[in-house]
Design a protein around this ligand. Structure first.
Ligand SMILES: O=C(CO)COP(=O)(O)O
Length: 158
């Protein structure tokens, strides 16, 4: 058994059209809708997914095409986390509520851990989401470092 960290980094290239996850806890959904309204045109140029209720609210209020997964408390955070682990998500916009404990707090923590691990850009509030969406990288290919999963597995199976 070797060091419990991936021994090497690999390169992942994000395409110009990003796959963006949109998630908001109930206490933050109004803020998310207001923010998404301001960024509606930009969001419409990318591929959007979201947890069930957030996705439904965005579709209804803004007419945006958003793939809806399970609602968060029913496993939606875990589904988004799986997309991250499979390198199928590029940006995470997650307005989590710092005032409301969630029944699925472990799922939320797991999602945030995977996003940190896989170097996925995260915005937790409207200002950081403004910065992310106004980045020149949003509409360009972008190369980033990620853990080398194959090297990790190989090192641990010696
Ligand atoms: O609970 C959530 C994220 O942790 C969000 O889920 P909903 O979008 O289904 O409300």
């Amino acid at each position: 058994m070797t060091d419990a960290r991936p021994p090497r980094q690999a390169v992942r290239t994000l395409q110009a059209r990003k796959r963006i996850a949109l998630i908001a806890h109930d206490g933050k959904k109004t803020e998310m809708l207001e923010w998404a309204t301001r960024w509606q045109d930009t969001l419409g140029q990318h591929t959007l997914i979201g947890t069930g209720t957030t996705a439904g609210r965005l579709k209804k209020a803004l007419g945006l095409e958003v793939e809806g997964l399970m609602s968060g408390p029913l496993g939606g955070d875990q589904q988004i986390g799986a997309r991250i682990a499979e390198q199928k998500l590029d940006v995470l916009i997650f307005f989590w509520d710092p005032f409301a404990p969630q029944p699925h707090d472990p799922d939320v923590k797991a999602l945030l851990r995977l996003a940190a691990l896989w170097n996925v850009p995260i915005a937790s509030n409207a200002a950081s989401a403004d910065f992310l969406l106004s980045s020149p990288y949003l509409n360009e290919r972008y190369e980033m470092a990620i853990p080398d999963a194959a090297a990790w597995a190989q090192a641990r199976s010696q």
